[in-house]
Ligand binder design. Structure first.
Ligand code: UD1
Ligand code: MG
Length: 454
């Protein structure tokens, strides 16, 4: 049983952004949200986020999943954790401290650190790493028996201490009561004039408590993000992790370096994803699908055996066996049935389209309810907007729409209707009628002749 406390109050100046650092994203998810989610996966019963800089911008990203404590002034990491005391002062479990800017930390690592802390009977355990270049990090000073004596910050370290390669990741496991007691002992008497969380370890040791270090082997997990280059590096690592997970689950990803899949996306087995594909948001893709090159898919629910090529699909549902593209734009709000064909240069918005309908080419359908087995000829347009309001049209089952038809919404077209090519339909059409709404062709024989032929 543990509670995690996530430090996320800092400014993140080096991001050079109007947005606080911890709500910048990696693989479509905010940095701090990654840390919250991994904590929960590891079994945290409560998560407390400490926010401060532009707190009102951070709040919406965290409030659904974590408690919030505000650190109005950033007086150091120890001062940040002090803001969580109301949440942990009577708590009997462990407190895991994490940073809001280290999205690559894994649930397994958090769990393992808690297990280690328990098994050693420590009062505090710091998660450490061995780095080839430890510059900037707090150094771990250990006793001969391996116990942690203290952590020295770069700015407070002696020349000897600066040579230490074992560093403080900034993540810890504490017994809640020991943490609360040690926080009350902190003072800002150091090079930076801050309340250092690291000083709690020394207070606990002086009180006769056992302090340990848990060294991780994948240093990528403790990478903090301070600028856009590091954000990109973390994104690449996370992307590789996500893609490998899908591949392990039975998805073929032809060129993983060009495939970007968001954290929450689900994909069924035997689906094939080709190059330059971005799949984000709460997208679910079934099995046996083929997502060909150059697609962007966001918040879509895609059933089995669907194929999508060089197209954009946003906030829509696509039924089994349907094909989309190349070059289709499926805008938000569509519910597309089974075995539908959405062909090239087709734009759909806010439509309900029933099974077996074919919209093969160069067509715009917006705000429409379309029946089963309808065939749209090339160049069909629903005129759904009069410059002020939008209107819905309804087209029945088994309708054949000739090329270059306009439906001036709102119109109701019955079942089994046949629309002549080039019609502009402004009135309802009853079931099984042939509708022709175009001017007649006149051939003139008494004209002056074609100058061209002279
Ligand atoms: C801290 C550790 C250092 C460790 C390093 C790992 C201390 C004193 N030092 O140093 O030993 O090697 O992290 O990255 O703890 N924060 C707040 N409020 C504050 C200050 C910081 O929320 O008042 C947050 C920051 O936003 C950041 C985290 O705490 O997410 C760490 O703070 P930072 O200032 O980066 O600490 P370091 O100096 O890097
Ligand atoms: Mg730092």
């Amino acid at each position: 049983m543990f509670t995690s406390v996530i430090l996320a109050a800092g400014m993140g100046t080096r991001m050079k952004s109007e947005m606080p650092k911890v709500i910048h994203k990696v693989c479509g998810k905010e940095l701090v949200k990654w840390v919250i989610d991994e904590s929960k996966k590891a079994g945290a019963e409560k998560v407390v986020t400490i926010i401060g800089h532009k707190a009102e911008m951070v709040r919406p990203a965290v409030e659904a999943d974590a408690e919030i404590a505000i650190q109005a002034q950033q007086l150091g990491t120890g001062h940040a954790v002090m803001q969580a005391v109301p949440f942990i002062k009577d708590y009997k479990g462990y407190v895991v401290i994490l940073n809001g800017d280290t999205p690559l930390i894994k649930a397994e690592t958090i769990e393992a650190a808690v297990e280690y802390h328990k098994s050693q009977g420590n009062s505090a355990t710091v998660i450490t790493a061995e780095l080839p270049d430890a510059t900037g990090y707090g150094r771990i000073v250990r006793a001969a028996d391996g116990a942690v004596l203290k952590i020295v910050e770069q700015k407070d370290a002696s020349e000897e201490e600066k040579k230490i390669r074992e560093i403080n990741s900034g993540m810890y496991v504490f017994n809640a009561d020991a943490l609360v007691w040690a926080l009350s002992k902190l003072t800002p008497n150091n090079a930076q004039g801050e309340y250092y969380l690291t000083d709690t370890l020394e207070h606990l040791r002086e009180d006769g408590k056992k302090i340990g270090g848990y060294t991780i082997d994948d240093n990528d997990e403790i990478r903090g993000i301070n600028n856009r280059v590091q954000q990109h590096e973390a994104e690449a690592l996370m992307q590789e992790r996500i893609n490998k997970q899908h591949m392990t689950n039975g998805v073929t990803i032809v060129q993983p370096s060009s495939v970007f899949i968001g954290a929450e996306v689900e994909i069924g087995s035997d689906t094939i994803i080709s190059s330059n594909v971005t799949i984000m948001g709460n997208t679910k893709i079934g099995s046996g699908c083929v997502i060909e090159m150059n697609c962007k898919i966001e918040n879509a629910v895609i059933a089995d055996n669907v194929s999508i090529t060089s197209s954009i699909v946003l906030n829509s549902e696509i039924g089994e066996g349907t094909s989309v593209g190349p070059f289709a734009y499926v805008r938000p709000g569509n519910k597309i049935g089974k075995n539908v064909k959405v062909g090239d240069f087709v734009e759909l918005k806010n439509d309900v389209i029933d099974d077996d309908t074919k919209i093969s080419h160069l067509t715009y359908l917006g705000d429409s309810d379309i029946g089963k087995n309808v065939n749209f000829g090339c160049g069909t347009v629903t005129c759904n907007y009069d410059g002020k309001d939008k209107f819905r049209s309804k087209i029945g089952d088994n309708v054949f729409v000739g090329c270059n038809t306009n439906f001036v919404s709102p119109v109701n077209v019955g079942n089994g209707v046949y629309i002549a090519a080039g019609s502009t339909i402004t009135e309802d059409v009853p079931d099984n009628n042939l509708s022709i709404a175009r001017s007649r062709q006149i051939n003139k024989s008494d004209w002056k002749g074609n100058k061209y032929n002279k």
